[in-house]
Design a protein around this ligand. Structure first.
Ligand code: F6R
Length: 369
């Protein structure tokens, strides 16, 4: 079933262009989003929504943080992202104009299922983003957008993550149309960008060999830090999670702007730090901030591995390694930038002789609270 791949994870990482393409397929018509599942709400009810809470656990929650940036920008609605198990055990403000979006690959995660039921009981509208047809969470929700990533067997989530972002982006652009917060032309531009992602993902996958070598050199590393800003921040969180769960290495993701508020104290000579660098073409300011963060930690001896746009010359003097990603609009960069981090964790685990499909202590679907 692994089809010649060394692990399910390697196979699933390689399937990411298809995971995105299949999640989009049939859902864009004439430059507009066509997701029939959303008719369950009706356009008027969707337009009347005042706030969105996204819930999920682990990787799914990080897909939610990425989507928060996009949905707020496109639809102008406040979005908060909360871990399912935290959401459920407090008194969140839920009104009938709140939409609760749950994200779950398996559709069976107990923490998320209970949070969805809790939200529904308190009158929220509930939308599920799920990869498993007929799973419990979509059945407990008012509507579902299925991701079509195909079955994910490896414990570590990879292709489901990029498919979740894709589905949430389709939702965000649908919402932007319903609320008239973007023009038809603006929506068409974003959708066109989304349709170009599978090919760019295929390009990123071709950098696998550089990353494999890097992982082998780093196989005795004890701790790795990940830094990102804006949508690069959840990518940093996801890169750290992958490394923890697969390679059992202490890893932390930080918002780059937080560095001087504490984490910079961790930097000592030789400390490897992955930095997700935003494109200089979209926001010179954001890019300059991240480059200056790189300089700050480099001056303290950090070993920098930059994930940067192809041709970004500004990072070259300060980075020990640069992993190039193709040009993409800012909100779409996470779908590309996460891939080298997935491969790094997988290769480092392999270099340590670990089972990448079945890491210790973890289950693919967490059906207990
Ligand atoms: C990370 C990972 C977990 C899951 C989390 C949610 O690689 O596999 O963090 O993402 O347990 O699972 P689902 O999406 O099935 O609800």
């Amino acid at each position: 079933e692994k089809g010649g791949w060394s692990s399910f994870m390697a196979k699933e990482v390689s399937e990411q262009p298809d995971a995105v393409a299949n999640t989009i397929r049939g859902r864009i018509h004439d430059g507009a989003v066509a997701v029939p599942e959303l008719t369950a709400f009706g356009d008027d009810a969707l337009a009347a929504i005042r706030r969105i809470t996204i819930i999920g656990c682990g990787t799914a929650a990080y897909a939610g943080i990425v989507a928060k940036y996009a949905i707020e920008k496109w639809a102008g609605i406040p979005v908060e992202v909360e871990l399912s198990h935290e959401f459920r055990y407090r008194d969140p403000v839920i009104t009938d104009d709140t939409l609760v979006i749950s994200i779950s690959q398996s559709g069976e995660t107990m923490d998320t299922l209970m949070a969805v039921k809790f939200a529904g009981e308190r009158g929220a509208k509930t939308l599920s983003i799920c990869n498993t047809q007929g799973a419990t969470i979509p059945r407990e929700s008012d509507a579902v957008i299925y991701t079509h990533a195909g079955p994910e067997v490896a414990v570590a989530s990879t292709k489901a993550f990029v498919a979740q972002i894709t589905a949430l982006y389709l939702f965000g652009l649908h919402l932007a149309r319903v609320r008239a917060s973007l023009s038809a032309e603006e929506i068409a531009v974003e959708l066109h960008e989304l349709e170009g992602i599978p090919e760019k993902l295929a390009t990123v996958l071709r950098t696998g060999e550089i990353i494999r070598q890097l992982a082998h050199w780093m196989s005795d590393t004890r701790a790795v830090l990940f830094l990102g800003r804006h949508v690069g921040f959840p990518v940093a969180l996801e890169g750290a999670l992958k490394l923890k769960e697969l390679a059992y290495i202490h890893a932390e993701g930080f918002a780059a702007g937080e560095l001087k508020h504490g984490p910079i104290a961790l930097i000592e000579p030789g400390q490897p730090v992955f930095v997700i660098v935003p494109s200089p073409r979209h926001s010179a300011l954001l890019h300059a901030k991240v480059v200056s963060n790189i300089q700050e930690i480099r001056a303290r001896g950090a070993r920098i591995i930059a994930i940067a746009e192809q041709g970004d010359a500004a990072v070259l003097p300060f980075a020990d390694e640069v992993i190039p990603i193709p040009l993409a609009a800012p909100l779409f960069e996470p779908i590309l930038a996460v891939v080298p981090l997935q491969i790094f964790a997988m290769e480092l685990a392999t270099a340590k002789g670990l089972d990448v499909d079945q890491p210790r202590n973890l289950a693919k679907s967490v059906t207990v609270e």
